[in-house]
Design a protein around this ligand. Structure first.
Ligand code: NAP
Length: 248
């Protein structure tokens, strides 16, 4: 079925890998896009009986994005589901933040989501059906040491609402998931930067989370699975905080 082809960016590991595996389990043929071949994610999916294709692209480079999306259309069929998950952090307090730290983070999250969405919406509008899910963050509400990342994640919320308005008439919904702390390499790197063991870092975070634990990639994958489902067709332009409790 044409409407069951999904692209997940940054899906070599972490949250993206969990989303790709979940969508494959739900019956999607999944293009696992990352800047390096995401063979582990693809192998996990195919071993479990699913369909997956590794696609290499840097989401900030127009030519690579356009070629990757065209390859997915040719090899799997027109992509109707896009999860903009690729992300990086370059944390620093504002007085120490380098130009490159700012540009790299804004580039991957905002330019990346823009380029991917522009390339995929062509197929979605043709099919008159589509789902886009953008990975925001609770950091969009402000987070010390993350001026670049918080700005990008807040920007993605405006991007989400605007695409929801523009693409709704074509049967395309656009939503954002804003995770709190999720246990991945990204948060392990934060613990290392702060000079803490990952176990102590997670325990400290969990103590402040109403449900009493840190999040897992599968928590985000479950939310994404709902948002990309056909039955979520009246949910659009929303930001779903998945953080184990209220966020304000
Ligand atoms: P992660 O473990 O660091 O994985 C990110 C993936 O994105 C990596 O495979 C990375 O590839 C890929 N990537 C980075 N830049 C790319 C580019 N230019 N083009 C293509 N792929 C690229 O991160 P994560 O924790 O799973 O986070 C996934 C998303 O959730 C991100 O958008 C992040 O900001 C968001 N998020 C995470 C948390 C959390 O607590 N973990 C909370 C809120 C939001 P390489 O391996 O080559 O670097």
């Amino acid at each position: 079925m044409d409407q069951r082809i999904a692209i997940v960016t940054g899906a070599a590991r972490g949250i993206g890998a969990a989303i790709a595996q979940r969508l494959a389990r739900d019956g999607f043929a999944v293009a696992v896009l990352d800047q390096n071949a995401a063979t582990d994610t693809v192998d996990t999916i195919t071993t479990a009986g699913g369909t997956a294709l590794a696609v290499e692209a840097d989401v900030t480079v127009t030519e690579q994005v356009d070629a990757a999306v065209a390859e997915v259309a040719e090899r799997l069929g027109p992509p109707t589901v896009l999860v903009n998950n690729a992300g990086i952090t370059r944390d620093n307090l504002i007085f120490k933040m380098a130009d490159d730290d700012w540009d790299a983070v804004i580039g991957v999250h905002l330019r990346g989501a823009f380029l991917m969405s522009r390339a995929v919406q062509r197929y979605q509008t043709e099919q008159r059906y589509g789902r886009i899910v953008n990975l925001s963050s609770t950091s969009a509400l402000g987070n010390r040491g993350q001026a670049n990342y918080a700005t990008a994640k807040a920007g993605l919320q405006g991007f989400t609402k605007t695409l929801a308005i523009e693409l709704g008439r074509f049967g395309v919904t656009v939503n954002a998931i804003a995770p709190g702390f999720i246990e991945t390499d990204m948060t392990a790197a934060t613990a290392e930067r702060l000079g803490m063991s990952f176990a102590d870092f997670k325990a400290g975070i969990a103590a402040g989370v109403p449900v009493g634990r840190v999040g897992q990639p599968e928590d985000i994958a479950a939310t994404a699975a709902f948002l990309v489902s056909a039955e979520a067709g009246y949910v659009s332009g929303q930001v779903i905080y998945v953080a184990g409790g209220p966020t304000d």
